[in-house]
Design a protein around this ligand. Sequence first.
Ligand SMILES: [Zn+2]
Length: 262
Amino acid sequence: MRPVSLARPRPSLFARLRLPLALLAVLLLVVAYFLYPFLRTRGGRSVRLWEWLNHPEAHADWAVQAGQRCGSAPFLMPTSGYIGFLRGDSFRPGHTHQGIDIFGGQQPGETPVVAAYDGYLTRLPDWKSTVILRLPSDPLRPERQIWLYYTHMADTSGNSFIVDEFPPGTMDVFVQAGTLLGYQGNYSGDPLTPTGIHLHFSIVLDDGQGQFRNELKIENTLDPSPYLGLPLQAGDNADRIPVCEEGLITPPPTPAPQGAGE
Ligand SMILES: [Zn+2]
């Protein structure tokens, strides 16, 4: 007589692997979530930026111009050049860019940077390359205050390209849209690893107490697309060069000649 086995029947291979497979799938999703923006940035956008930096003269049609307005957008372009990186791009896995990077294609200290909207300028005492503009009323959500953050306006050693009118310690000084603030630079804080020559521009939320929130966190910033009239959110713009259509451009006002007029 055969002994009766008391052991439970062996579960099938699939049943035994179900938990490890589920865990693996979750892991892959998490990795993809962190890696996808990085790969997207390192793909088309980085390649095209490299081409622009090497041959800006061959791609004049890729550039926006400081002070120009696109369509009925509320903001003026804060500087000139090719908008190489968008909000939501990623320079390393897990990182997301809070603003846009505009590369002038010129040398440090040459490409002008202007106020995108009427506001109140602050430059903290230790800011070498940065200013921030307070907009008491967001043009798209008038009940709230927002801030416009500008940085990299200094050379590798921290010599500032911000105009003399706004020295360190400037607090809440009114500037009109289009006012010259400074020039693009490549200051990163470490002279050995400068950034490319560009302006980093972002729109920062208020903390509700009248101060700007920490700009380094993307959740404290806004999508600049509707404010500038261009597709500037990485997830919504796979590979379109963000420039304004010819017919929609309002050029920057040309300064009136000295002594002319009544
Ligand atoms: Zn940036």
